[in-house]
Design a protein. Structure first.
Lengths: 199, 199
């Protein structure tokens, strides 16, 4: 659900930004407290793939914001789009420097940064966009593997259902389900590698 | 169902499989950041090391300074010692001052050098003093074992420019002083060992 910020909310945020740019750390804290959790959940965690990596990135984002807040220029969509752009650049650096198994690669984030520079969207709209993008990525990847594998992944990994229940749904024994899931993950890894090679 | 050798080769290593599972979950249903963890990240970023000190901070910082110089105690002293021991396990006496040990007969006086600019000057001065005074004190030993003390091998007081290849900048002052101190201390020890005839 996308609820655009009211003019009063935007005005309040603008004033906070002004104070923060004058060196008021309390105001900056209020801005980050408001938007940080959303940034973590919608922009960083899905792209970086683990809580540890997302927290590390968020910490770097905050330090960068403290350092660069004077460069921020107010837009009528609020503070979040700028904050998200800082976060995307940091996520990009992190993906470049670390070899982890993640669903997004460097080019995905570069595309996202380009798109963000072209269009101005408010925080709620960006949150919806980021979450949908991540889910869409998973769904798209699952279409690239055997449907039985996709179902195994969906049941056990995405929905976190017990093995017994997932096995029942697949119509196999629990031991067989374990093997199917194991193979499904290998197939998914291959699909991910193939997707990365596509233009 | 059993896994064939060919399939086995294609399966993912456990760690990789786990990473992929985490990435899928993070993209599909990203969790929220722990509020306490978020506050800790915020605090880290927003803390201003150069903010004006309170009266209590002034008192405590002075206590800590004195404790680090070997005068009195402070709750942070244990942590400082642990850090020093962890970073320089081979030279624990260098990082923090240790109470002076009474001089051993005919062995000269052990001087422990603390860190900081004063230490660098002191170390250089001590090297000169040892060269002149230390040799005089150990004359009896020198006479009995002249081959062990080779004056030509002793380090002498001189410019520290040879320690630096790079041009000086305003940053990194402490690191430069540390480097000088470290080099001079090493020479001081070598001089002592030579003067004592233990090397």
């Amino acid at each position: 659900v996308h609820a655009a910020p009211s003019p009063a909310e935007l005005e309040e945020e603008r004033l906070l930004c002004e104070r923060a740019q004058r060196g008021d750390r309390e105001a900056l804290g209020a801005l980050l407290r408001k938007h940080g959790p959303r940034l973590y959940r919608a922009a960083l965690l899905p792209r970086l793939g683990s809580a540890a990596a997302a927290e590390e990135a968020l910490s770097t984002v905050y330090l960068r914001v403290v350092e660069k807040i004077d460069k921020f220029t107010w837009q009528d969509v609020g503070f979040y789009p700028w904050l998200r752009m800082v976060a995307l650049r940091i996520a990009l650096d992190q993906l470049r420097s670390k070899k982890r198994e993640v669903l997004f690669d460097v080019s995905d984030i570069e595309r996202e940064i380009d798109a963000s520079e072209r269009e101005a969207r408010d925080a709620a709209a960006l949150e919806v966009h980021d979450l949908a993008l991540a889910r869409g990525r998973v769904t798209e990847l699952l279409t690239r593997i055997n449907p039985r594998y996709a179902l195994a992944v969906r049941l056990r990994v995405l929905e976190e259902r017990p093995r017994e229940e997932a096995a029942l749904e697949l119509g196999v024994s629990v031991a067989t389900f374990d093997v199917v899931l194991h193979r499904a993950m290998a197939a998914l890894k291959k699909a991910l590698a193939l997707a990365a090679e596509e233009p | 169902m059993t896994v064939s050798a060919q399939d086995q080769e294609e399966l993912l290593p456990e760690e990789l499989e786990r990473e992929l599972e985490l990435s899928l979950r993070a993209a599909w249903s990203p969790g929220a950041i722990d509020p306490a963890r978020h506050e800790a990240l915020l605090e880290l970023a927003l803390e201003d090391p150069l903010a004006p000190a309170s009266a209590e901070e002034l008192v405590e910082s002075d206590r800590l300074r004195r404790a680090l110089e070997g005068d009195g105690n402070h709750p942070h002293l244990g942590l400082a010692r642990a850090l020093a021991a962890a970073s320089r396990p081979a030279l624990p006496e260098r990082a923090l001052p240790v109470p002076e040990v009474p001089p051993a007969p005919a062995r000269g006086r052990v001087v422990y050098v603390a860190f900081g600019a004063a230490s660098a000057v002191f170390a250089a001065a001590a090297a000169v003093a040892l060269l002149v005074g230390g040799l005089r004190r150990s004359e009896p030993q020198a006479a009995s074992a002249p081959a062990l003390i080779a004056p030509a091998a002793l380090a002498t007081s001189r410019s520290s420019s040879a320690l630096f290849q790079e041009p000086f900048t305003l940053e990194g002052t402490t690191a430069r002083i540390d480097r000088i101190t470290s080099a001079r201390e090493r020479e001081l020890r070598q001089n002592r060992y030579l003067a004592w005839g233990v090397r």
